[in-house]
Design a binder for this molecule. Structure first.
Ligand code: ADP
Ligand code: MG
Length: 405
């Protein structure tokens, strides 16, 4: 089915006008494939690359089907507060005409205010699992009328970190409901877990894959560890007008790097889970508005975050998994725009990068900036990588603890 007209998907004219006014001239592939299925009330497992418009793919059918009623009928779960707040903002902009009330329920913000908003008539709840469970325990979340459950970043919602929380929430939901899972990355393990929640579901996949997105440039810069900061400073200088999202592996690493960049007179903000929510919100707002040109973040900013016109994603360190790589680089080159994802790779990290290239199905061009060669020839790097891969072939050795986010 290839429906490239919002009018033909089964949405009402009013809603189609709303999205057209937002500049969505035609539906993306995942939207045209999922919206009719979602409108029919079917369970859904949908996968499509980062930046392909999955949010509207689940929000529009929900908004189409719900009539304002004052009891929550839809529940959307997301892994980070920033993502939940972003989905809430999208939902508000799509549903204004439909007069639906959306309430974000996320950690780090006033619980009493959320409880009050829930009791004064919410139609759509958009939540992170931790806070939602808190409020459920306090009896503050009416879930009896929920008709639709969405797991955004579905693979993350079903991994070991979140699965127990999600199961607890689902126990409070009516059995008879529609459940939809959206994800950019999907493993067979996740698909097996998802069967716990989905009934007689339709599996939808957008065929385009990140590896073939023409607007994304992906490169690796081989560099000695101690030369990473000078290299990053040189890149920032070379692209004075552009915005940079820089990922570090740890929260402390993010703070340290931000200090150095600040000392070099760059407008920097940081986002990680050691900062309080108002600091996190301010950082993201300032990066969105262009007040800060550089955002230094941990993987908490990797999933789902949609900021217009991020020119560069920098992996200051090689990420721990191929999924992390895919989600990070997915913050740029969104919705058809240009973008670059550059990975700084020290000799010690070459083997891990090779592993990621293999599992993500990408081959990164090796780039060099004058004065920042690590002194080795291409051939030396290739040999060192092969040897390292032979020594430690298991995934485990490339997957250091993810606990330090
Ligand atoms: P995903 O969840 O697949 O990573 P998002 O839902 O965050 O992607 O959407 C990425 C960007 O594309 C957002 O800025 C969104 O407003 C925009 N977008 C969504 N649908 C369309 C469309 N049909 N036409 C143009 N832009 C769209
Ligand atoms: Mg998304």
């Amino acid at each position: 089915m290839s429906l490239n007209d919002f009018n033909k998907l089964g949405l009402c004219a009013q809603l189609v006008n709303v999205v057209k006014r937002l500049g969505y001239t035609e539906p993306t592939e995942i939207q045209s494939k999922t919206i009719p299925v979602a409108l029919a009330g079917r369970d859904l497992m949908a996968s499509a690359e980062t930046g392909s418009g999955k949010t509207a793919a689940f929000l529009l059918p929900i908004i189409e089907r719900l009539k304002p009623k004052g009891a929550p009928r839809a529940l959307i779960l997301a892994p980070t507060r920033e993502l939940a707040l972003q989905i809430d903002a999208n939902a508000k902009s799509y549903s204004r005409a439909a007069r639906l009330r959306t309430v974000p329920v996320v950690g780090g913000e006033s619980a009493p205010r959320q409880i009050k908003a829930l009791s004064s008539g919410a139609d759509i709840i958009i939540a992170t699992p931790g806070r939602l469970n808190d409020l459920i325990e306090r009896g503050a979340v009416p879930l009896k009328a929920i008709e639709v459950l969405v797991l955004d970043e579905g693979d993350r919602m079903l991994d070991m970190g979140f699965l127990p929380q999600v199961r607890r929430i689902v126990r409070h939901l009516p059995r008879k409901r529609q459940t939809m899972l959206f994800t950019a990355t999907l493993s067979s393990a996740v698909e097996r877990l998802a069967r716990e929640l989905l009934i007689d579901y339709v599996r939808v996949e957008a065929l385009q894959t990140r590896a073939t997105v023409a607007t994304l440039t992906q490169k690796a810069y081989p560099v000695l560890s101690h030369a990473k900061i000078p290299l990053l400073l040189a890149l920032l200088k070379q692209h004075r007008e552009e915005t940079f999202l820089v990922f570090t592996q740890t929260r402390r690493g993010a703070d340290r790097l931000a200090q150095v960049l600040e000392a070099n007179r760059h407008d920097v903000v940081t986002l990680h889970s050691d900062r309080n929510q108002s600091q996190r919100n301010r950082a993201l707002a300032s990066f969105r508005s262009g007040g800060a040109r550089v955002l230094v973040a941990t993987d908490v900013a990797a999933r789902g975050i949609d900021v217009d016109d991020i020119s560069f994603v920098i992996n200051y360190e090689v990420p721990a998994t191929a999924d992390d790589y895919i989600h990070r680089v997915g913050r740029t080159a969104r919705a058809g725009r240009d973008g670059s994802a550059l990975t700084l790779v020290s000799p010690e990290e070459e083997a891990m990068l090779a592993y990621i290239e293999r599992s993500a199905g990408v081959k990164l061009e090796r780039a060099r900036l004058n004065g920042f060669s690590d002194g080795r020839s291409e051939e030396q790097i290739r040999l060192a990588t092969e040897i390292a891969l032979l020594r430690s072939p298991s995934r485990r050795s490339f997957n250091p603890s993810r606990a330090s986010r």
